[in-house]
Ligand binder design. Structure first.
Ligand SMILES: NC(=O)c1ccc[n+]([C@@H]2O[C@H](COP(=O)([O-])OP(=O)(O)OC[C@H]3O[C@@H](n4cnc5c(N)ncnc54)[C@H](O)[C@@H]3O)[C@@H](O)[C@H]2O)c1
Length: 377
């Protein structure tokens, strides 16, 4: 008998699901083995006073995450693995990022003028590295001057020069070179934020756009999360976004000027990704997403738009380091992404420019997922 295409599809899905579950089960077992035999390098930096030793973490995993009466496959595709522990590394443990070289850095005149950020001043927090640096470059290529804000001012200075040099190399005939400056701030500290905003205004005279990329993730099972680190995570990801956004909104309102902001959330603010446990990060990013929506409503009257971008798994110095310490994780992650690969920072240049620009004039309070389809399956 001929099968209809719908029936074919459901048979295909069923066999694919069985295959995936087998892979996931094998991967999870391998991960547990790796964790038992090798302590991740980040875990060795965990303060002894606040975190349990790794072996005790594993004991919790066995006790809490797996019921011995369950069939072997039960939940393997949809649970966190409590044995994965990653602490955010120090700056000297991550390699520097580099501006994008080539096509993405060149300006092409044949595009909708609404996408241009010509004559605007943008601020990107966490702009010295990773996603923030490349989104900042996207703003510069689109015509904006840029203030890079980071807790690591030296790296921000190096990258400010690199962005200007890259722009000149990619656009030798441009009639205006962008002005890119570097500024220190700890985004979680209100005084540091106020000082930084004053410094940016002194350097650029105005601010029109904000991108909040300063943030970090860590992996501990919730019952073992050191409380000081949990508070720090919320302070940088949530308070940091709030403090910078309100400071820039105050400035825009005083100027009676329109402006737009993009908060960098994460797909983890909408789904609980597996297998790494990260409850505080997930909830912090959910807060960032809803903060964008709430402020969009509160500031709509002032012509200030606020949107959120929720990236999926992107290859940066940080994720590269996590993956080099947990090699099987990449296979697990990419098996769950419909596009079958992690994103590159470059994939955020267009989305952030669109949302900041006048092309998105009627878009506010939105959450744009840039995740290769992860969250729609
Ligand atoms: N890389 C990913 O796969 C991914 C996925 C989804 C969301 N995100 C989010 O994107 C943002 C950027 O991530 P990334 O991968 O580029 O990280 P990253 O660690 O490479 O860059 C973060 C930057 O923020 C700076 N920073 C950290 N704490 C700060 C503070 N208190 N004040 C000021 N600056 C500070 C760091 O010095 C660094 O330059 C984060 O909010 C992250 O949660 C990343």
């Amino acid at each position: 008998m001929l099968l209809t295409s719908a029936a074919n599809m459901s048979l295909y899905r069923a066999s694919t699901a069985r295959l995936c579950k087998t892979i996931a089960s094998t991967t999870t077992n391998r991960l547990a083995t790796i964790s038992r035999t090798r302590t991740p390098r980040f875990a060795t930096r965990t303060p002894a006073a606040t975190t349990r030793p790794f072996s005790s973490t594993l004991a919790h995993h066995n006790a809490s995450n797996k019921d011995k009466n369950e069939p072997a496959h039960a939940g393997t595709f949809a649970r966190t693995d409590d044995s994965i522990t990653v602490q955010y590394p120090g700056d000297n443990e991550l390699r520097s990022s580099e501006p994008v070289v080539g096509g993405a850095g060149r300006r092409h005149p044949n595009t909708l003028a609404l996408f241009s950020l010509e004559g605007r001043v943008g601020v990107v927090t966490g702009g010295a590295r990773g996603l923030g640096l490349v989104m900042g470059q996207g703003m510069v290529v689109s015509g904006a001057d840029l203030a890079i804000v980071d807790i690591n001012k030296e790296e921000a200075q190096v990258q400010a020069k690199a962005l200007m040099a890259q722009f000149k190399e990619d656009n030798p005939n441009a009639n205006k070179a962008p002005n890119v400056t570097a500024h220190h701030a700890d985004v979680s500290d209100p005084e540091s934020v106020a000082t930084c905003i004053a410094e940016i205004l002194a350097a650029h005279g105005r601010i029109d756009h904000l991108v909040t990329s300063a943030g970090f993730t860590e992996n501990y099972q919730a019952i073992d999360y050191p409380v000081d680190r949990m508070r720090k995570l919320f302070a940088v990801n949530v308070d940091g976004t709030y403090l910078f956004a309100t400071a820039v909104a105050r400035h825009l309102m005083e100027r009676k000027a329109k402006g737009s902001m993009v908060f960098i959330g994460s797909m983890s603010g909408a789904v609980v990704n597996v297998p790494q446990p990260q409850a505080p990060y997930n909830s912090a990013k959910a807060a960032v997403r809803h903060l964008a929506a709430s402020l969009a409503v509160e500031w709509a009257h002032a012509g200030i738009r606020v949107n959120c971008i929720s990236p999926g798994y992107m290859l940066t110095a940080l994720t590269e380091k996590i993956l080099s310490d947990n090699p099987d994780l990449k296979q697990k992650w990419t098996s769950l992404i419909p596009q079958g690969k992690m994103g590159s920072p470059e994939d955020l240049m267009g989305p952030v420019t669109f949302l900041l620009s006048d092309a998105a004039n009627y878009v506010t309070g939105a959450d744009l997922r840039v995740d290769g389809g992860y969250t729609v399956t």
